[in-house]
Design a protein around this ligand. Structure first.
Ligand code: NAP
Length: 237
């Protein structure tokens, strides 16, 4: 009598933008530890390749500058050549441009660069990877936003272009959640985290912050969609 071979679940796949360092890199590492097939993307090819090598296992590097539509298309094609379906897209890449500290002096260039990277790019990247996400049994899009994007409580003057872009990203999230009812599409504030962006005085370690994000990526109920979360709980918009 032949033993019945139990088929193991195929590894889930995740693609993360801006993952050569900081929160994106740590999410990639934690997902690889959970046996995900990770596609780590970055605009800096050498830093991205080295980051993927540091994680090891089945982690692959794909070049992706989220502000460049040709790069987004090329990355989607490169992904398609390696893998048929994508379970999770994490739109993590984000910037605060130099001098983003006074709304009354904000320049068009600062606004455009910030909005392009933080709000438009996540939508364009989601569109490009949609054919692969649609092949997943439980497709998810996680947009890394910020409490700075909350309209609740008003603005405090800090990083206006960045905050406006994260408000827009939250709105991109609700639009995608409505257009993709079978998906879980959420945005999340990681807290104030010790990275190059958050600085050394930030309250949370990058490992702790990434654990909450990985919960949303991997364990949160699929029916949780169109929400804005921090520390695993919905927060006001
Ligand atoms: P970080 O260490 O500065 O990392 C940002 C990442 O985004 C880097 O890998 C950077 O790549 C990448 N990136 C920027 N522009 C890109 C582009 N055009 N194409 C591809 N990648 C690009 O910051 P972080 O703290 O990890 O931030 C990650 C996310 O969390 C961001 O969306 C941020 O807004 C959000 N967040 C952070 C905090 C915090 O306290 N740290 C709080 C709230 C929200 P390069 O190395 O090439 O620059």
């Amino acid at each position: 009598m032949t033993a019945k071979v139990k088929k193991s679940e195929p590894a889930k796949t995740a693609l993360i933008t801006g993952a050569n360092k900081g929160i994106g890199f740590t999410i990639a590492s934690q997902l690889a530890e959970k046996n995900y097939r990770v596609f780590l993307t970055a605009r800096k090819a050498r830093a991205g390749k080295e980051a993927a090598e540091r994680i090891g296992g089945e982690t692959s590097f794909i070049h992706l500058d989220v502000t460049d539509e040709a790069s987004i298309k090329a990355a989607a094609k490169a992904f398609g050549a390696q893998h048929g379906s994508l379970d999770v897209l994490v739109n993590n890449a984000g910037i605060i441009v130099d001098g983003d500290d006074k709304v009354l002096q904000l320049r068009a260039r600062q606004w455009e660069e910030t909005m392009r990277t933080n709000a438009l790019a996540p939508l364009l990247v989601a569109q490009a990877f949609l054919p692969y996400l649609k092949k997943s049994k439980r497709p998810r899009i996680v947009n890394i936003s910020s409490g700075g994007g909350q309209l609740d409580g008003g603005a405090d003057g800090w990083a206006p272009a960045y905050c406006i872009s994260k408000t827009a990203l939250n709105s991109v999230t609700t639009q995608l959640a409505s257009a993709l009812p079978k998906f879980a599409v959420n945005c999340v504030c990681p807290g104030w985290v010790r990275t190059d962006m958050g600085g050394s005085n930030a309250r949370e370690s990058v490992d702790d912050a990434a654990r909450d994000l990985v919960w949303l990526i991997d364990e949160a109920p699929q029916k949780l969609s169109g929400s804005f979360l921090r520390h695993r709980k919905p927060i006001p918009w």
